[in-house]
Write a protein that binds this ligand. Structure first.
Ligand code: AMP
Length: 287
């Protein structure tokens, strides 16, 4: 039930003390990692988490390790007070908001590399991204000792990377995936949508439309190469700039499919494309 008793902790020691107290009382704990600038999509993850475990912990940490020097780490939207209000409004129990020095002590020198599934698509376009994500998520899971952790399908490749990480390292946590929350016109909710101008925001709805059309064409038996080409053409016609990728891939290991019809394979269409100075990503099942 929604309430306003959100507790905020900033150190691993305080996080662990609270989680230990809950576990001693017999409660399970679910972690929802975020970078803040919370929107309704994040809140659906909290609500899904509440159906899994009695106690919900949201982490809010803009992870410097997953941004390249030329990327938007400094510009990334931040607003802790509003984030705390939103978490309280849905009855989240705890916000873990460490600063960078709490997360990465001087001399920090360990990195986690999840080979394979992290390499194509986002991994090719942003070479340091998944190393940074895997390292911080491993730390958060170990720090929190959570029984469950919720991740959004919005970041579909990230979800697959984290599932692989948890399996490979035997981390004692169940990964729960949450469907993508969308605006009325279909655009996936994202903290980065705040970068879009009014004109760009109107154009952005072409992204999910192009994905839906391409996914349907393939589900109906069309060729994968033709659907990918049509999707890219639709984005260019709508006003998108560079398309980092628009690919139909195998849904769990993200290996290449096509160029012909999909046959019996499970497909996922994934895109990253630029609208002005903003990079948007999205994905859908091919079904
Ligand atoms: P972020 O703060 O963008 O790193 O996202 C934190 C978590 O929220 C990740 O697991 C994301 O996949 C998830 N998320 C972000 N946007 C959405 C959305 N529109 N629908 C569902 N999950 C989302």
């Amino acid at each position: 039930m929604p309430h306003t008793s959100l507790k905020i902790v900033r150190t691993v020691a305080d996080l662990r003390a609270q989680v230990a107290a809950w576990k001693a009382a017999g409660d399970e704990v679910v972690l929802i990692p975020t970078m803040g600038a919370l929107h309704d999509g994040h809140l659906t993850l909290i609500k899904l988490g509440q159906t899994k475990a009695r106690r919900t912990v949201a982490s809010v940490f803009v992870n410097p390790k997953q941004f390249a020097p030329h990327e938007d780490f400094d510009a990334y939207p931040r607003g802790e007070a509003i984030d705390a209000e939103k978490l309280a409004s849905v009855g989240c129990d705890l916000m873990f908001a460490p600063d960078a020095s709490e997360m990465y002590a001087p001399g920090f020198s360990t990195a986690i590399n999840v080979a394979g599934v992290s390499e194509p698509l986002e991994g090719a376009a942003r070479p340091q991204f998944f190393g940074g994500v895997a390292t911080v998520v491993a730390k958060l899971l170990i720090q929190s000792q959570a029984d469950y952790a919720v991740f959004g399908e919005k970041d579909y490749q990230q979800l697959q990377v984290i599932k692989r990480l948890v399996r490979d390292l035997d981390l004692p946590v169940e990964i729960v995936s949450a469907p993508t929350a969308r605006a009325e016109d279909g655009l996936a909710l994202s903290s980065r949508n705040a970068y879009l101008s009014v004109e760009e925001r109107a154009i952005a709805a072409a992204l999910p439309q192009a994905l839906r059309a391409a996914a349907k064409a393939v589900a109906d038996g069309g060729r994968i190469d033709a659907a990918e080409a049509a999707g890219k053409a639709a984005l260019a016609a709508a006003g998108f700039g560079q398309i980092d990728y628009l690919d139909i891939r195998e849904a769990s290991d993200l290996s290449k499919l096509g160029p012909g019809p999909i046959g019996q394979a499970q497909g996922r269409i994934l895109v990253a494309a630029w609208l002005g100075k903003t990079r948007l990503i999205d994905n859908m099942a091919v079904a």
